[in-house]
Design a protein around this ligand. Structure first.
Ligand SMILES: NC(=O)c1ccc[n+]([C@@H]2O[C@H](COP(=O)([O-])OP(=O)(O)OC[C@H]3O[C@@H](n4cnc5c(N)ncnc54)[C@H](O)[C@@H]3O)[C@@H](O)[C@H]2O)c1
Length: 254
């Protein structure tokens, strides 16, 4: 496909978004829909709210129950996207797993679960999607890390390790796929006002602690993350790759 470097917007671009049922995933689906993208939304959880939201924004949407730990599920998702829309222009892998545990109490099961849900799922979606993008000579991939990798936040050794892995995979892969017109970038997300942190008692006290540390003294909203995703997904962002964009109100700025 011939890409106009200055092409505006995401009209008719096909975006696959994993972890689309809640939080950042849902907000970024709405944003991509508003920009004109067609969407494949995937999650293990119920997608009816996200489906209604993106349809209200005028998007053509395919909602799929997908467990991203399963290579077969992920391959079926990619095949369904190609069958319905003819290809995949944008991949946003938003699935993550969060838990807090002092290292003394962290058991090997939780360590492995965190690596599995963070890194193995990313491996599966990249393995299935990149061949489709290579054939088209175009792709925009956005992965999700966390600003805790810069902050060295306590009780998150497993999470921080996994999210550092996301950065490593993003950077290395950028070197391999740039020649096919595919970019891959990651966002180190700050504490964001999604349902997850608000539902965790410890997290609401962290929010009180974090806000004064931000350069911008307001909470990081899912829409803030969605703005950056929409920017990185643009055809015109094709010169940006292998980068880590920190979106946390400036906590990690020192
Ligand atoms: N919210 C924050 O404060 C924050 C901070 C830093 C980084 N992040 C990162 O941003 C991303 C989204 O965060 P969020 O708070 O919206 O998370 P979330 O937990 O609300 O959303 C993750 C989504 O992934 C889905 N999911 C989980 N396991 C799955 C699987 N095996 N297959 C398919 N779907 C699965 C969940 O059902 C959920 O809809 C995550 O990668 C997270 O680590 C979030």
């Amino acid at each position: 496909m011939q890409i106009n470097r200055y092409e505006r917007g995401l009209k008719d671009r096909v975006a696959v978004v994993t972890g689309a049922a809640y939080g950042n995933g849902r907000a970024l689906c709405e944003r991509l829909a508003e920009e004109g993208a067609r969407l494949v939304i995937a999650d293990i959880a119920d997608l009816s709210d996200t489906t209604a939201m993106v349809q209200a924004a005028g998007a053509d949407v395919l909602a799929l129950t997908v467990d991203c730990t399963s290579p077969a599920d992920v391959q079926a998702m990619v095949d369904a996207a190609v069958e319905r829309f003819g290809g995949i222009d944008i991949l946003v892998h938003n699935v993550g797993h969060y838990s807090e545990e002092p290292f003394d109490l962290l058991n090997f099961d939780e360590w492995q679960r965190t690596m599995h849900l963070t890194l193995d799922t990313l491996f599966h979606v990249l393995k299935a999607t990149i061949p489709v993008m290579k054939r088209a000579g175009f792709g925009r991939i956005i992965t999700f890390s966390s600003d805790t990798v810069w902050l060295g936040t306590p009780y998150l050794a497993h999470y921080v390790t996994a999210k550092m892995g996301v950065i490593g995979l993003t950077r290395s892969l950028a070197s391999e796929i740039g020649r096919y017109g595919i970019t891959i970038n990651t966002i180190t997300v700050g504490l964001t006002a999604t349902h997850r942190p608000q539902n965790t008692t410890a997290m609401s006290s962290i929010l009180e602690h974090i806000l004064p540390q931000q350069a911008v003294h307001r909470s990081d909203e899912p829409e803030d993350i969605a703005n950056v995703v929409a920017f990185l997904a643009l055809p015109a962002s094709g010169i940006i790759t292998g980068q880590t964009i920190n979106v946390d109100g400036g906590v990690a700025r020192h």
